[in-house]
Each structure stands twice: as C-alpha cells, then as structure tokens.
Design a protein around this ligand. Structure first.
Ligand SMILES: [Zn+2]
Length: 296
C-alpha cells in the first residue's frame, strides 16, 4: 500500500487547544500518512484572525508532540501566506474567473427575497457579476458560470470520498459564487486551503466529516487555478452529549494529556481502531498504523 510521494496534513485552526475531536483528526491523518509510507505535515490555519486565540498554535503543537505526532517538515502558518493568496486571486481575476462584489448582507437578502426567512444558508445570486455599478468593492468572489464555461464543467461537482463513497454537489445552487476574499479583508478559508494544499504538495486530505461540505468548492477552486485534486477521506466525528459535533462552543473539555496513551486510545476508538493497553505511545501508534492500513 505504498504510495510514492504521499504527503498528508493536519491543519488545525488555533481557536483553542486540541480537544478529543481534533485529536481524532490529527491521529487519522497521521496514521494514513504512515500507513502509506508518506509524509505528514502540520499547517496552522490562522487566516480567520478574530477567531484565533493567541498562543493556541503553540499549545496545539505541544499537545501533538506529547502524543508522538511530529510534523515531517517545518510547520506552515497561513497568516504568513497572504502573498500566495493574493497572487492566486490575481490569477483568477486575470482569467475572468473572479470578480469584486459590493453587496452587503442586506443587499444579498433583498436579492434573495424569501430565502433567508427559511434560515437557509445565503446563496449569492450573482448580483455583481456584471459590475459594481458605482458601489465600492467589499469582497471578491469566484465566478462559477465563467468557470463552468471556461473548463466545460458539468453542473454538479462529483467526487469520491475514500470512506463515504461517491459525493456530489451543485455548488452554484448550494452556495453560489462563493467568497475568496472577505469583506473584512481576510482571506476566505476555501482559497487559503486550496493554495496551501497545492503549495505543500498534499496528495491526501484526511479530515473530520464536518468539513465534507467544503470539498466540492475546493475542487472547483483547484480546477480554476489549474491545481491537482488530492484524494479525500472524511473521518467520523466525536459527538458531544447533545449529539452534535464536539467543539469548544458546545463544551468540549480540554484534552487531558497527563496520560497521552489514554487520550490517543479514545481517539483511536472513534476511528474504529481498538484501544491500546499496557504499551507505550510509540508501540500503540505502530499497532494502529498496521490496523489503519488494513482498513483503508
Ligand atoms: Zn455583489
């Protein structure tokens, strides 16, 4: 099961320390890389600066270290990557695949009419494709109809998830021309992820199932920028007492790493691997690599 040139990654947002859910994602991506004889990289996704907690990045790296999970290359911080994101945006603008948008949230709601009353996600109706008409540019968006036409793409974006099987999304219908650079001047998550996955040569993305819904948008952006599409595997989530994804917002407890093996074992169980007992962290990781290789 050796994949020459396999490069995987774990890309946490430093909005707090790792919790049981994010440790499961970290472990899954590490195991997949090791099971393929590949490299595993850590990338700190700190583009959404207002949500980042100072020092959380270092806490996360220390937590990973305690669990025996070490990046095979220097850690990349997205906050230092603005020039790369800007040049990607300029490439899209030059090709007519992106455009400035002057709409406020209210403008978009008005153009949608009834949609927001049903608490739907805002689907951008494409108002500014034909120009700003005197409004100042607030955000930059991907021009989906221009992209479809330029590359002769089908209406739906079909892709395969190694665990969930065939997936399909009509991105124009689900979200519309999505944002690449936000009205607050910050880079959108989708653009940063796509540019960095390509820059780091990521061949396999292994991440939590809550991120599945982003994949079609990221694939369209890869096409638009002429970048390769990695293989995807979305892992089971750790659920909180309320049945929702475990997160700081719904009271995820900070990881207790006084016993790293116990924390890793809990993460392994979420991934369908047996808990390891009476062994060291390194030995447990080695056992799980073998089991992961048989599963995936
Ligand atoms: Zn607009």
């Amino acid at each position: 099961m050796k994949a020459p040139g396999y490069i995987g990654r774990f890309a946490p947002s430093p909005t707090g320390a790792l919790h049981a859910g994010s440790l499961a994602s970290a472990l899954a991506s590490w195991l997949d890389a090791r099971a393929h004889g590949g490299q595993w990289l850590v990338r700190i996704e700190d583009v959404d600066t207002p949500r980042c907690v100072p020092g959380a990045d270092q806490t996360i790296l220390q937590q990973l270290e305690r669990c025996g999970l070490r990046s095979d290359a220097p850690v990349l911080w997205q906050s230092q990557r603005s020039a790369a994101y800007q040049s990607a945006l300029e490439q899209l603008l030059a090709q007519g695949l992106a455009y400035p948008c002057g709409c406020s949230r209210k403008d978009i709601e008005a153009a949608q009419g009834h949609a927001t009353a049903r608490h739907q996600a805002q689907t951008y109706p494409g108002t500014c494709r034909a120009g700003l008409h005197g409004k100042p540019a607030r955000a930059w968006r991907l021009h989906l109809p221009a992209l479809r036409q330029a590359l002769n793409l089908p209406e739906r974006t079909d892709w395969h998830d190694r665990r969930l099987g065939p997936q399909s999304q009509d991105v124009a219908q689900a979200v519309g021309d999505f944002v690449l650079k936000r009205a607050d001047g910050l880079w959108a998550y989708q653009l940063a992820v796509v540019v960095d996955d390509a820059a780091q040569g990521i061949t396999h993305v292994v991440r939590g199932q809550d991120l599945t819904d982003n994949t079609a948008r990221q694939i369209l952006l890869q096409r638009a920028l002429g970048l390769p599409t990695p293989a995807y595997l979305h892992t089971p989530l750790v659920l909180g007492a309320n049945g929702e994804k475990l997160s700081k917002q719904n009271g995820a407890k900070p990881l207790d790493l006084s016993d790293p093996l116990a924390a890793l074992s809990a993460a392994a169980e979420v991934l369908g691997l047996p808990a390891a007992r009476g062994v060291g962290v390194q030995e447990a990781l080695r056992e799980w690599v073998g089991q992961w290789a048989r599963l995936w």
